[in-house]
Ligand binder design. Structure first.
Ligand SMILES: Nc1ncnc2c1ncn2[C@@H]1O[C@H](COP(=O)(O)OP(=O)(O)OP(=O)(O)O)[C@@H](O)[C@H]1O
Length: 236
């Protein structure tokens, strides 16, 4: 579904990505892990078209993701941002329905928003609140409802548990796992949180020194010597 071929990205003389080859299959849930500053966000930004790689190709459904196809790709993905990133001046339902309202009447978009809010455990009366009235956990759920509002075929999760206490983090991880499974969406998550990885991922990729240092099923993680240091450090 998405393939990265020989992706390179530098900033000045800082070589962040030095030849990333990665294929993500349809319906797969991939977590990208790595120490701080290893280029996880840069990788995500390259896929989203927010950063232009210096070399290499990004393929989507087997074809290069050029300018023309990117618009179609962008319509088909959802994203849960770090910190939820809701628009302060819009109500919760308007945030969730933001993209839907571009192609359907507001009443219909609101009905879908309320349905998605229910799916993430937020009651209908949350819909008319402003983001400032939500707790951190509720805002994250609203961000998740927005990510799934348009039934995306690919969902990106950027550090989905950042800022949440362990109990709320566990709930969000469970919710993400269930939603990804039931929708059959392809999921790409970047995270430091190994609980997220164990709950959400089918497959794990370790980014290190600009390259993929390990790539395997989540169940093989504990036996991978490449991950030993990382797991120990991340678990503290
Ligand atoms: N626009 C930019 N200009 C210059 N350097 C950048 C830019 N974006 C990222 N970098 C550098 O690229 C490296 C990788 O950054 P990135 O944000 O991808 O790391 P990360 O693995 O996501 O880290 P974290 O887990 O802390 O978010 C860092 O050294 C960062 O300073």
């Amino acid at each position: 579904m998405i393939a990265l071929q020989g992706l390179h990205k530098s900033f000045g003389d800082k070589h962040v990505l030095t030849g990333i080859n990665l294929t993500v299959a349809q319906g797969e849930s991939l977590c990208v892990i790595g120490q701080s500053g290893t280029g996880k966000s840069v990788l995500l930004r390259c896929i989203l078209g927010l950063e232009r790689p210096d070399a290499g190709a990004i393929l989507w459904r087997g074809q290069p993701l050029d300018v023309r196809r990117r618009a179609e790709f962008m319509r088909g993905f959802g994203m849960l941002f770090q910190g939820a990133a809701l628009f302060d001046s819009l109500t919760v339902w308007q945030n969730v329905a933001f993209r839907l309202m571009q192609r359907m009447p507001a009443q219909r978009a609101k009905a879908i928003a309320i349905e998605k809010l229910a799916r993430v455990g937020l009651a209908a009366d949350t819909a008319d609140l402003m983001p400032a009235e939500l707790s951190g956990g509720m805002a994250k759920r609203a961000g998740l409802a927005r990510a799934i509002a348009d039934d995306p075929e690919v969902i990106f999760f950027d550090e989905p548990t950042t800022g949440l206490d362990p109990i709320r983090a566990r709930r969000i991880n469970g919710l993400i796992r269930d939603i990804v499974r039931e929708t059959g969406a392809t999921a790409i998550t970047i995270t430091h949180d190994m609980d997220s990885v164990r709950t959400i991922a089918d497959r794990v990729v370790l980014l290190q020194d600009g390259q993929i240092a390990w790539d395997g099923p989540v169940g093989a993680m504990d036996d991978a010597p490449q991950l030993a240091g990382f797991l120990g450090k991340a678990g503290t």
